[in-house]
Design a protein around this ligand. Sequence first.
Ligand code: ATP
Ligand code: MG
Length: 508
Amino acid sequence: MAEVILEVRNITKTFPGVKALDEVNFTLEKGTVHALVGENGAGKSTLMMILGGVYSQDSGDILLEGTPVRFESAYEANRNGISVVYQELSLVSTLSVAGNIFANRQPTRGFNLINWDILHKRTTGILSRFELEDISPRTPVGDLTMAKRQVVEILKAMSVNPRILIFDEPTSSLTDIETKELFQNIRILQNEGISIIYISHHLQEIFEIADTVTILRDGKHVCDADVATIDEDFLISNMVGRQIGNMYGEREPSETVGNTFFEVKNLSRDPDFEDVNFHIRQGEIVGFSGLIGAGRTELGRAVFGAEPADSGSILLDGKELVLRDTKQAIQAGIGYLTEDRKEQGLYLTFDIKSNLVSNHLKEFSSGQGFLKRKQIENFAEKQVKEFNIITPGISQLLNNLSGGNQQKVLVACWFGIGPKILIVDEPTRGVDVGAKSDIYKLLRKLASEGVGIMLISSDLPEIIGISDRVYVMREGKIAGELEKKDATEERIISLAAGVHSGEKELNT
Ligand SMILES: Nc1ncnc2c1ncn2[C@@H]1O[C@H](COP(=O)(O)OP(=O)(O)OP(=O)(O)O)[C@@H](O)[C@H]1O
Ligand SMILES: [Mg+2]
């Protein structure tokens, strides 16, 4: 029997209206990677925040190497060797990479002035330990891509030299390649004797990286298992309590794709994308694949009028759209579900109902500008039901929802505007398998009503599973276009990475 480093005994935690954890038990053995899985709202993050000193439990004990501990702050948890990479990034965008990694414990010289030389040197050391020399310690975090920010978040947690490192959905904004790099780093840490708790909704990752797994459902411990002895169906049926067949669904034979009604011609914006041409037919789901930094999000944001293009044109129903801002895009019938729900998508300090109507408030105001409260409430109740948002009520603040349920609110916000074209950027980020299959059903339903969908996703099985056609972007250009029957992982990856394979190459 391996040495136990951490034991959680009968932990219970209640929030107003929600029992987030109900007598949960959990054991972590030294030097292992232990996965924690469960549906959105199952209590995973809450348990990690208790271990990380952010929340305290109502009852139950935490034993660290056999000794009972109770942390009053994250700082105390850190000092005891527990460090958490949080699901919602905790970085300050205006601070540099170094400033973030050493937040609150910067080396100082006299008069408490920060010694930036030492700070930058140490940061460079940490970056090179994980072969990340291309990130400068001086870059403001706000200038980095989501993926790089995620990496900085991880480095911040690692920089305290923890004995136990907790990852709460670290790969939700990483591509396959970056996930591989993260796994290599986890292996390095594991070989150094560090024990790891790993949370993810990408179940195949559990099989790649974890030794053991604990399953939670509705705040309760369901079971523990050795990863080598189980399969994905075991995980899903224990997480969800039901079987899920083909998660992506199929297009009904009666639902044919209509005519091209949306066209983007020669769209360019220096330095993000160049001479991009694509079209979407009525009722068509069009996937956009590519590596992080290929320009997909930038293209989506340009189509949405958020950062207009330098040149080129956008045509909807044969008419050219001149979009100076997002309001005009929404009026024209274009919606954009952002990949960055925390910064751009949602008002986290507002409640569910306010968020749900925020994109089309006009519909809910009288001539005098008064809000029609009853109508808002009815609409919100309906959306919460339809999108299966788990919450005690529509007045719950977004901040108090689990990550996956925040994502469902974001999806509901945009479906609610009744779009003609909906751009969805990483729509199932952080969403559990059950809710994923719900979101795919909703996307298919929207498409069956004639809406054109531009699906930007780093999740290859998702792109392949749900798209009618796929564009692959590379370095700001469309590198190729694949019909559904040709859209295989190998072909998409080779186009994304620029490896020649005799594909129909565009723009080259
Ligand atoms: N600060 C809070 N106030 C009120 N309720 C909360 C708070 N934090 C979490 N909850 C609720 O506790 C439950 C467990 O949430 P938690 O974030 O731990 O779930 P999770 O398993 O991490 O889910 P996800 O996979 O979506 O991240 C949810 O119902 C959530 O809404
Ligand atoms: Mg969570």
